[in-house]
Design a protein around this ligand. Structure first.
Ligand SMILES: O=C(O)CCC(=O)C(=O)O
Length: 210
């Protein structure tokens, strides 16, 4: 089931997809330049100025800390998301994000009812090791991640720590799809990179059970 699920996804995307196996039954599919330079540039400008960016505090090892990036949670009404002890209620879709959600749903043949929009202002902003494994995402969530702007390294590591970590540079307009049981056995992060001086926006489209 999971294997045929992977094949379906690969077949629905156009050419140039790299498949990273994440054993035992997870995978990541990477397509460079899924969005054209012009489309990703326009979307970046639109999001940077139109989104109501927030910097929420989360609970980390019992302490309340501001997350090291700005973000916004957008989605259908009722698609609430709990993350590190905080509950986020969605803001309404912008027309551009809704159009992107429709394109992804069509190309991947998957429903998406929400998107976490992240702004990394420069290489000092980052995201620590975690898995997108909240119960409302279901057992084997399909997460579609679109990157805009600065090139940043995205890393995977196996939770049991017995396998090497993998680094995948994500560039402007790239699409990364994580599926199968990837979130159960693997964590991911976006490390700090001091040499990066420009901004990156990342969109992770998800389906939340409501
Ligand atoms: O910025 C990214 O590429 C990943 C973001 C992420 O993993 C998350 O927000 O859960």
């Amino acid at each position: 089931m999971i294997l045929s699920d992977t094949c379906d996804l690969e077949n629905t995307l156009t050419s140039g997809v790299t498949r990273l196996p994440l054993p035992p039954a997870g995978y990541a599919l990477h397509q460079q330049r899924w969005l054209t330079t012009n489309a990703s540039h326009c979307l970046f400008q639109h999001l940077q100025s139109e989104i109501e960016w927030q910097q929420p505090e989360i609970s980390l090892f019992g302490r309340s800390v501001a997350i090291p990036r700005l973000q916004a949670w957008i989605g259908d009404s009722g698609a609430d998301y709990r993350y590190s002890g905080t509950r986020f209620q969605p803001s309404a879709w912008t027309s551009d994000l809704d159009a992107l959600r429709s394109r992804l749903s069509k190309e991947l043949n998957r429903p998406f009812n929400s998107v976490l929009v992240n702004l990394y202002r420069d290489g000092q902003d980052c995201m620590h090791w975690h898995a997108d494994d909240e119960p409302e995402l279901g057992d084997a969530p399909c997460i579609a991640s679109v990157s805009l702007g600065a090139l940043r390294d995205f890393r995977f590591r196996h939770r049991a720590g017995q396998q090497k970590s993998l680094t995948l540079p994500l560039g402007d307009g790239d699409l990364l799809v994580m599926g199968g049981d990837c979130q159960r056995h693997w964590q991911h992060c976006l490390p700090r990179r001091k040499r990066v001086t420009s901004a990156r926006i990342n969109l992770t489209f998800r389906y939340i059970s409501t």
